[in-house]
Design a protein around this ligand. Structure first.
Ligand code: GLU
Length: 553
C-alpha cells in the first residue's frame, strides 16, 4: 500500500506546515533546570468543582515552587459540551481562590507564545501529525459505522474477549487500497485510527509521580485519533499539545491512568519525549460508615460556587486543600502561622496515593481560624465583597459606610489574641451578626426578665444621665448609680450577701439596658456599642424599649 499517497488523499496539505516547522514554532522553553510546566486542561462545560480546584492548586504549586509556568488550555474538542462563558468562569472561580495562570486561554501575557490554547483552533497541527502517522503506516482510515462497532462489541462480549477495536477485530486495518479508495469515492465518512504496534501482552513498569511504580500493559487498541470532522480525540490532542506546549508534568485525575498506555505509545511513535505524569486520587466523603466519591448530583459542596455563595474565606478553602495535598502542610502551618502558605515546600510526590477524604468540619475549623486572624479592615473587605455579590439591598447600603462598619468589626471581632472572636465560618454569618447596628435590620426581642416597673426605672435613669463623651469607667459608674436608683444593688458582692434587699444586681440592670439597645441579652461591650450607635440612636432604642415594656403589661 502506498501510504504516502493515502495520507495525501485523506488529509490534503492545505494549511499544514512541514512537521519541523512546528518544532521551531514551539521551541523548548527557556526555564531553569527543574522548573515544571503544568497546565489545567478543562472542557468548557461551565461546571467547575472542588476536584478542579484541588488539581489546579497542585498544578499551580508544582509550577511555582519550581520557578516554572502554569497555563490554561481549553479542551473544547467536544462541541456538544461547550457552554458560553465557561472559560471566564474557570478563570474567575480560580482567581477567587488566589490561583492565577501565567499563560493560556483568555490570559493576557507575553508568555502566550505556545497557543492557540483552544484545541479547536489547533486543528492543522493535529492533522499534520495524523497525516505523518498515516504516511508512516501508523494510522489508517476506518469507515465502520456505529452499528458495525456495536456488532463487534457484541461478538467480543459473546467470545469473552476484551472489547474495543484491535487485532483481528480491527477490520478496517486490513482494507485493500482499492476498498479504501472506493469508500472515499462513495463519500463514506471515516475516522483516523492509530495502527497500534502493541500486542496487548507485554507488561512494563511505569513511575507515576504520585502512585509510584505502576504496572501497565502495552496498548493494542487502535484508538481513534481524529474524528470524522477532523477534530482530535483527547488521546491525540493530549500528546500533541503537551509536547508542543512543552508541559513537563501532567497532573490529572486517576480515571486517565487506564489510557496511559495509549498515550505512552503515541509519544513513542511520534518521537516525542513524554512528560512526567501525576495521577491524582478522587475526593471522597464518608457516608453510612463507608466512603464514596463526591458526586455532582448529591453533594452541593462539590461545586466551587457553593463556597463563594456561602461566603467561605477563600484562603481557608485553599489551606484546607493544601492539607489534603500534602499531609505535612498542617504541621508546617501550625509552626508558621504568620507565613504565606506559598512558602510551604509543596511536593507532588508527597500527595496521597488513594482517595482524599473531604471533611467539611475541618474546613469550617480552618475558616474560623483564618477569619479570626483578619484585621477589621481586612474583615470589612471580605464581608463587603460577599455583600456586593450575594447580600441583600440593605446589606449593600450598610456596607457603603465603611468607617461605621470598621468600627463595628473592631468591636465585634475582638481586639487581639484570646479575645478574638473565633466562631465565624462564613461571610454570611458575619454580616448577620452586625445587623443590629442598623435601624432597618434591628429586630429586637425584648426578653426582659424583670417587670415593667423595674425595666422603666433602669432605662429612664440611664437615659437621663447618658453622655457619649463618658469613657468606660464613667459609663459604668453611671450605670451603677442608675441601678441603685432603680432599687438594684450597685455592687454584685452586696447583692450576693443579701439578695432579698434588692430587685436584682447591677448585672441584671446592665442586661435590661443591653436588651433595650441590642435586642439581645448577650453582646460585646455595651458602652462601646452605644458609642458606635451614637447618642441619638442609643436613646431612641431605649425609648422604644420603654414603650414596648409599657405595652407589654
Ligand atoms: N479535559 C480533560 C479533563 O477535563 C483533561 C485531562 C488532563 O488534564 O489531561 O478531564
Amino acid at each position: 500500500m502506498d501510504t504516502v499517497k493515502l495520507a495525501n488523499a485523506l488529509i490534503p496539505d492545505g494549511d499544514l506546515l512541514p512537521l519541523e516547522e512546528y518544532e521551531k514554532l514551539y521551541p523548548p522553553r527557556n526555564l531553569p533546570e527543574g522548573a515544571q510546566v503544568t497546565r489545567l486542561a478543562p472542557s468548557p462545560t461551565g461546571f467547575i468543582h472542588l476536584g478542579n480546584l484541588y488539581s489546579a492548586l497542585a498544578d499551580e504549586r508544582a509550577a511555582h515552587v519550581s520557578g516554572g509556568v502554569f497555563y490554561l488550555r481549553i479542551e473544547d474538542t467536544d462541541e456538544k459540551r461547550k457552554v458560553e462563558g465557561a472559560v471566564e468562569s474557570v478563570i474567575r472561580s480560580l482567581d477567587y481562590f488566589g490561583i492565577r495562570f501565567d499563560e493560556g486561554a483568555e490570559i493576557s501575557s507575553p508568555l502566550n507564545v505556545y497557543g492557540p490554547y483552544y484545541q479547536r483552533r489547533r486543528a492543522p497541527i493535529y492533522r499534520a501529525f495524523a497525516k505523518d502517522l498515516i504516511a508512516r503506516g501508523y494510522a489508517y482510515p476506518c469507515f465502520c459505522t456505529e452499528e458495525q462497532l456495536d456488532e463487534i462489541r457484541k461478538r467480543q462480549t459473546e467470545e469473552k474477549q476484551t472489547t474495543g477495536y484491535y487485532g483481528k477485530y480491527a477490520v478496517c486495518r486490513n482494507l485493500t487500497e482499492e476498498q479504501i479508495y472506493r469508500n472515499l469515492a462513495e463519500g463514506k465518512p471515516f475516522v483516523i485510527r492509530l495502527k497500534s504496534p502493541g500486542s496487548g501482552a507485554e507488561k512494563f513498569i511505569f513511575r507515576d509521580e504520585i502512585k509510584g511504580e505502576v504496572s501497565v500493559t502495552e496498548n493494542d487498541q487502535d484508538v481513534v485519533i481524529l474524528k470524522s470532522d477532523g477534530i482530535p480525540t483527547y488521546h491525540f490532542a493530549h500528546v500533541i499539545d503537551d509536547h508542543f506546549m512543552r508541559t513537563t508534568l501532567v497532573i490529572r485525575g486517576e480515571e486517565w491512568l487506564s489510557s496511559l498506555p495509549v498515550h505512552l505509545q503515541l509519544f513513542r511513535i511520534l518521537g516525542f519525549k513524554p512528560p512526567k505524569y501525576a495521577h491524582t486520587c478522587s475526593l471522597m466523603k464518608t457516608e453510612n460508615g463507608g466512603k464514596r466519591k463526591l458526586s455532582k448530583r448529591k453533594d452541593p459542596e462539590l461545586s466551587l460556587d457553593y463556597y463563594r455563595k456561602a461566603g467561605y474565606f477563600p484562603l481557608a478553602v485553599v489551606k484546607y486543600l493544601m492539607t489534603l495535598l500534602n499531609s505535612d502542610f498542617e504541621e508546617w502551618e501550625n509552626k508558621n502561622p504568620q507565613e504565606d502558605y506559598t512558602r510551604f515546600k509543596f511536593r507532588i510526590n508527597k500527595m496521597g496515593k488513594s482517595g482524599a477524604l473531604f471533611d467539611l468540619e475541618k474546613l469550617n475549623d480552618i475558616s474560623r481560624t483564618e477569619i479570626s486572624r483578619l484585621s477589621a479592615e481586612e474583615c470589612c473587605d471580605f464581608l463587603g465583597k460577599w455583600v456586593e455579590e450575594f447580600g441583600t439591598q440593605a446589606d449593600r447600603a450598610h456596607f457603603s459606610d465603611r468607617e461605621y462598619i470598621t468600627q463595628i468589626l473592631n468591636l465585634v471581632m475582638g481586639t487581639s489574641g484570646k479575645k478574638r472572636r473565633k466562631d465565624i465560618v462564613r461571610a454570611e454569618q458575619g454580616v448577620r451578626l452586625i445587623d443590629y447596628f442598623f435601624d432597618d435590620t434591628f429586630k429586637p426581642e425584648y426578653c426582659f426578665r424583670f417587670g415593667k416597673e423595674e425595666v422603666l426605672a433602669v432605662l429612664s435613669a440611664v437615659s437621663a444621665d447618658y453622655d457619649p463623651a463618658d469613657d468606660n469607667t464613667v459609663w459604668f459608674c453611671k450605670l451603677k448609680n442608675a441601678a441603685a436608683a432603680a432599687g438594684f444593688a450597685s455592687d454584685t458582692a452586696a447583692y450576693k450577701a443579701d439578695p432579698s434587699a434588692y430587685k436584682g444586681s447591677v448585672t441584671d440592670a446592665a442586661e435590661i439596658l443591653r436588651i433595650a439597645v441590642t435586642g439581645m441579652p448577650n453582646s460585646p461591650d455595651l458602652c462601646t456599642i452605644m458609642h458606635i450607635l451614637g447618642k441619638q440612636r442609643s436613646l431612641a432604642r431605649i425609648k422604644a424599649a420603654m414603650l414596648a415594656a409599657e405595652e407589654a403589661n
